[in-house]
Design a protein around this ligand. Sequence first.
Ligand SMILES: Cc1cc2nc3c(=O)[nH]c(=O)nc-3n(C[C@H](O)[C@H](O)[C@H](O)COP(=O)(O)O)c2cc1C
Ligand code: SF4
Length: 603
Amino acid sequence: MNPNFQGTSVAETDLLQLLARHGAEPQALVQILRELQELHGWLPRDVLKRVADALGLTLAQVEGAAGFYRFLHMAPVGTYRVLFSDNVTDRMLGSVALMDDLCRRLGVAPGRLGEDGLVSVDRTSCTGLCDQGPALLVNHHHVVTRLDATRVAQLAGLIRAHVPVSQWPAEWFEVRDNIRRADVLMGEPSAPGAALAAALARGADEMLAEIKRSNLRGRGGAGFATGLKWELCRRSPGVGRVVVCNADEGEPGTFKDRVLLSRRADAVFEGMTLAAHIVGARRGLLYLRGEYRYLLEPLLAVLQRRRDTRLLGPSILGREGFDFDIAIHVGAGAYVCGEESSLIESLEGKRGTPRIRPPFPAEHGYRGLPTIVNNVETFCAVGHIALQGGAWWAGIGTPQSSGTKVHSVSGDCERPGVYEYPFGTRIGRILEDCGARDTQAVQVGGPSGVCLSAFEFGRRIAFEDVPTAGAFMVFDRSRDMFEVARGFAHFFAHESCGFCTPCRVGTALVVKRMDKLAAGHGSRHDIDVLFELDKLMHTATHCGLGATACNPLRDTILKFRPAYERHLKSLYFEPGFDLDAELSVARRMTGRHDAGAYLENPP
Ligand SMILES: Cc1cc2nc3c(=O)[nH]c(=O)nc-3n(C[C@H](O)[C@H](O)[C@H](O)COP(=O)(O)O)c2cc1C
Ligand code: SF4
């Protein structure tokens, strides 16, 4: 394996076939590169040149795109490329020790290709399997879940014996859905086509009115009103409109879209088709994160079934002129591509750099056409609204946050998995249901969301209180919240696309300060600097990644100050100073957990 296929006839045939399949469109560049790499392991320069020539691009454009994505390789890689999922929840389940063990058994250093070219072992950002970690990816294609020492030892043996991944034990690749609480979206599915028929019966105008009546807000994080977005797109001038489903799900700790795509793919595609009916689109694209590559074939099968039953393709459900079809674009490892304008750049075959907005995608999106981009869960919801009406949906949840929300629950709890509740549900209720005990903190909405401490567990999930894109990571009192925040700081620095200086430099400076504190060399001044960086990045960065990168630091400094104080160089650590005793006095006196603030300014 690991062939360098320069000039071979196999490569030529593959290349020609691939180009033909993608219509030799430059917009398909990322897909072509990804598929070439799936066949041949890596992307030699002369092959990139041939791709560039065939697509009418420059080599610099092709190399620029290939170099942006973590899962595309322009240098030889191992026959086996093992990537450990590196979310905090994986680490809590022992992933660091397991990775060290695998490296030792295989005789390779992390991130380095072994001398014989057989294997490389490295880390990657969260793979969306936090409910069944520690997890890893092999050759970007296969996921191995529920790792333990035995599995790692066997895995090392199989690699050393050159056993193809397709012959590894099938149960290793099992991805469980872990649906723990179902409501509307996870409950009984409606028959494929039923919601579409209801929407056609209502007509596009009335269906849009129902969506607006439902007060449905996007589930991808920002909570923008779905009906309004669709209306903007519908009204935007332009020939042709596009419906895009954002299945990038890169926010660490989030995996509910994975389960919706596995269990409710029909509902997702039906929602996209319904949206096409409303906005007048003929083209649909689903952007599937690279880490979910294993879902591609099942999803393609659902699409084909829908074509066969006239739920996609020309004259849908026999309606003359209602032509719509959906293609799947697989990402290649870049968190920022979840941001809708980066996602569109990526769909167009380019680096996933966020665009300047306005114009917004609803006016000027994919290839300049009016485009709606919505989250998987948002599309799932619209079919139910078509069937039951907007008023019914608006009656669930709270006035400002209608309907239900699906949560990805992981971390220190007995029953990690997917939980669906009406909006307005208390944090404490979710903790009770998932079997969390002695909980110190919950990170809601992923690292870019909000970190809640125990005195906030009465707060509610809702856009007007605790908004969320779906991650719910639980930390009990044994966890060091400083280390949790430090892990998130590394995540953002790693994922910054580097386009704007405040984020590129800011995230690196944050990591530097956090590492300095972790090494015991920090002072209060470093904490002050972190606050200043937070303020700066909130206002000066180009996209939401940089703007939210300091959220976990700000929250943990405010609410878990003692976790930071423990790492300070001097101050309290003079001989005889007992930090724990001081903190417990402070907690008793303040009745709160941000006792560090009391220590800073004792009465
Ligand atoms: C850095 C970043 C990453 C994002 N990742 C996702 C994602 O993985 N999935 C998603 O639906 N939205 C994501 N978003 C939000 C999208 O930009 C966009 O608001 C969303 O897809 C719109 O869909 P909705 O209206 O249905 O929520 C991300 C935003 C930012 C700034
Ligand atoms: S904020 Fe960060 S991720 Fe966003 S454009 Fe700037 S560098 Fe890229």
